[in-house]
Design a protein. Structure first.
Length: 227
């Protein structure tokens, strides 16, 4: 199933033009998304678009649901390789946690009233999550996105624009094919600057961390280290 957007959502900010979500299709009927001809999600679009409160009030679905300017976007489950890398990366990041920051995944990050993201892996401030399990944009230090065949344009174009707009200090983009490559971006003057690209991730903020992705996939989860 390809990612589907139920509605284009709230109006774009005045004087600013934002690219439409790549690989997302505007649905002719905003109430229903289908997978192989079978309805999987039926939600009526509220006037003015969805809000974070609407999202948190929804029942649990076996799909990733995010908001972009009030538009509801549903993505399919990632591949096995995607999940395997994400799980191993999360494990070594957890081993390296320091300076009041921790690693996590599959938790909503609220960027604005009508925009949320669920990074594949994230580094956030060590705060106690009570009630609805969400982080705020100010608590997100690193957003990690692992590319899937259908998400390349999103991960390379739209997502970094969104994360940069809301002030996320670092964005890591990981390519699975033809080889494992991580591109590390740091926020400078409101835009991301590439600081490294290759099979190794090595950073000093928000805590010291170094890992070779190829080694990580071959040898398990013991390759992350503190310095």
């Amino acid at each position: 199933m390809s990612s589907n957007t139920l509605e284009q959502g709230a109006r774009k900010k005045a004087g600013r033009r934002r690219p439409a979500p790549c690989h997302d299709e505007l649905m002719p009927t905003p109430e229903e998304i289908e997978d192989d001809g079978q309805p999987i999600l039926s939600i009526r679009m509220p006037v003015g678009g969805f809000t974070v409160a609407d999202l948190l009030a929804m029942p649990e679905y076996p799909y990733r649901i995010e908001l972009t300017d009030g538009a509801l976007t549903v993505s399919p489950s990632p591949s096995g390789l995607h999940q395997r890398l994400g799980t191993k990366l999360l494990a070594v990041l957890c081993e390296a946690e320091a300076n009041g920051y921790v690693a996590n995944h599959e938790v909503d990050v609220v960027l604005s009233k009508g925009t949320t993201r669920i990074p594949d892996v994230m580094i956030v401030r060590d705060v106690l999550l009570e009630g609805p399990r969400v982080y705020t944009k100010d608590e997100l230090a690193v957003a990690v996105e692992i590319e899937s065949p259908g998400s390349t344009a999103l991960d390379r174009k739209l997502k970094p624009l969104v994360y940069a707009e809301y002030g996320v200090p670092q964005y890591w983009r990981i390519e699975l094919e033809p080889e494992l490559i991580a591109t590390i971006y740091r926020l400078e003057d409101g835009a991301y600057t590439e600081v490294s690209r290759g099979p190794r991730i090595e950073v000093t903020e928000p805590f010291p961390f170094s890992v070779n992705l190829a080694d990580l996939m071959r040898r398990g989860v013991s390759r992350g280290r503190r310095r």
